[in-house]
Ligand binder design. Structure first.
Ligand code: MN
Length: 280
């Protein structure tokens, strides 16, 4: 028997999950870590892949074309996943808001949805939504609470149309993180307010938890009985959320894993990526 050396054998089998959630890739911008994302896709597979918004940065593309080969490779990889049997769902965010016009349609087998309800293997229901829809609510949470449901719904409506109008006239997305000016105390307050607002939305809809992105701050935490899950981003922290086949969720730091994989790495285990609220 001959033993041919197949180059592919050098790579370990990809790890398989029931579901993978990623968001805030920002393809089309220089900050996008497309190479790390391709590396992540090479080592991780899933029955379902949910893209939780801001995958393509349509706002930045207006200001100048930046689309290197690696960004193309990510798109090709996503389409190849569909062909190989992965269910890929795209839930647009504010930066790829143009895709919201195509909700309910399919592109290359990728399903576009405004939001989805994801049922885990252990029977929990999660609302999956990018999260930008709640920026105005987050900012005005304190007095909105006194006005009741109509004000809350109105704030979400205003948020949607205000930013749609800004995009039409070529203005950048009004972002809460810019408003917060990245001061540590404000950023911490903002993250907390965002997390609480989205957990409240999950409670309002009677589901067990929420999966979102938008603020580039990955975490899995319990907020008064609601499981709040944020996928983070592939700009600086390079994080993803995985659902195992038993329904349990885990946060993957891909930069961290890559450094651990490199046998020649002299640096000790990296600390967790700096927690910053990036350009949302
Ligand atoms: Mn966003």
């Amino acid at each position: 028997m001959s033993h041919t050396v197949n180059r592919d054998d050098e790579e370990p089998e990809p790890k398989r999950y029931r579901t993978l959630f990623i968001s805030d890739v920002h393809l089309g911008t220089r900050g996008c870590q497309a190479d790390l994302l391709l590396d992540f896709f090479k080592h991780n597979e899933s029955d379902e892949l949910i893209l939780v918004g801001d995958i393509i940065d349509g706002w930045r593309l207006k200001g100048g074309w930046y689309w290197p080969q690696a960004h193309n490779d990510v798109m090709q990889k996503l389409l190849r996943k569909v062909r190989k049997g992965t269910r890929v769902v795209f839930v647009p965010g504010n930066h790829d808001e143009f895709a919201r016009d195509f909700v309910g349609l399919e592109f290359g087998g990728v399903e576009v949805e405004d939001h989805i309800l994801h049922k885990t293997a252990d029977g929990k229901t999660f609302l999956v939504v990018h999260g930008d829809q709640f920026d105005v609510v987050v900012r005005h949470a304190r007095w909105l609470a006194h006005l009741g449901d109509w004000a809350y719904d109105f704030a979400i409506w205003i948020n949607c149309w205000f930013n749609r109008a800004r995009r039409k006239v070529g203005l950048p997305y009004w972002s809460f993180s810019q408003w917060a000016k990245l001061k540590v105390k404000d950023a911490v307050n903002f993250i907390g307010a965002f997390e609480e607002t989205l957990a409240a939305e999950a409670r309002r809809r009677g589901v067990d938890g929420i999966v979102c992105g938008h603020i580039h701050h990955a975490v899995i935490r319990d907020i008064d009985g609601i499981t709040y899950v944020n996928t983070g981003d592939f700009v600086e922290s390079c994080t993803a959320i995985a659902e195992n086949f038993d329904g349990s969720l885990e946060l993957i730091h891909w930069k961290l894993l890559e450094s651990e994989r490199a046998p020649a790495a002299k640096t000790p285990a990296l600390p967790l990526p700096a927690r910053r609220v990036a350009a949302e």
